[in-house]
Write a protein that binds this ligand. Structure first.
Ligand code: IPE
Ligand code: IPE
Ligand code: MG
Length: 242
């Protein structure tokens, strides 16, 4: 008797890592690796649709990535802006709904980029083939801190009794309250750490750490991680069943 496979994950989240090493291994600057990561991302988006995923979250820029050299930060800001402008119509045509999570109101994020983010979200708001979430200027600690601040404000103005605050209140105060928790978190490049990604939401996620550097990552790598996930037993603190 063959073992039953669990359904495909509803939500896969990816830490797109290894761009700099990919470029350096070719004697190129780190920026070249970021630029080549675009093809990986779009192949993976198509792969996610083929697999029937509902949600795909990708880590594009962390709250800690500001500490990189100025020219790399400037490149990444411009690159994200260009990418949105060049490819939002294509994403829209594919039925992709684009959502951004992270601190977009940070003064270091340009007004122009903030505008493109809002425009892309509005353009694609009616789509539901795939929800594509860009974690941009995102940090899990900042997200939870902002949620705590919002709840503290409600407590201070008397609209919420602190004794009533439960997990649901915190979850509803995160950047995208309607986003389901990721079932599977993938980090490319062989690094085995979480680097401040979806700290709250990944509480019971499965993890996968393929060695492939992000610019080489394609839909078949996603499919292999999903296939592996489908053979795993999840317990959520309970006991194995079946
Ligand atoms: C991930 O690749 C992309 C971003 C963090 C924006 P890296 O730039 O971290 O590449 P490595 O890890 O240095 O190889
Ligand atoms: C995490 O990768 C952030 C993104 C992929 C956007 P980093 O390369 O910044 O993480 P560390 O520094 O290796 O932990
Ligand atoms: Mg890295």
């Amino acid at each position: 008797m063959s073992e039953a496979l669990r359904p495909v994950p509803r939500h896969v989240a990816i830490i797109m890592d290894g761009n700099g090493r990919w470029a350096n291994a070719r004697g190129e600057q780190r920026m070249y690796g970021h630029a080549r990561g675009e093809a990986a991302l779009f192949d993976v988006v198509e792969g996610a649709i083929e697999l029937g995923l509902e949600w795909l979250t990708v880590y594009a820029f962390s709250t800690e990535n500001w500490s990189r050299p100025d020219d790399e930060v400037a490149f990444l800001m411009q690159f994200n802006e260009d990418l949105l402008l060049r490819r939002r119509d294509e994403l829209n045509g594919m039925g992709v709904r684009v959502i951004f999570i992270g601190d977009r109101n940070d003064p270091r994020v340009s007004d122009r980029l903030r505008g493109h983010i809002a425009d892309t979200e509005a353009l694609t708001a009616g789509n539901d083939t795939l929800h594509l979430v860009f974690a941009f200027n995102y940090g899990g600690r900042r997200e939870i801190t902002e949620a705590a601040r919002a709840l503290a404000r409600r407590a201070a103005d008397g609209t919420l009794d602190p004794a009533d605050i439960d997990i649901g209140h915190v979850a509803a105060s995160l950047y995208a309250p309607d986003m389901p928790d990721p079932d599977l978190v993938i980090r490319s490049s062989g690094e085995i750490r979480v680097s401040n990604f979806l700290l709250w939401q990944a509480a019971y996620a499965e993890f996968s750490f393929p060695e492939t550097l992000w610019p080489d990552f394609r839909r078949e790598h996603l499919a292999a991680c999903v296939e592996d996930y489908r053979r795993r037993g999840r317990r959520f603190g309970g006991v194995a069943t079946g």
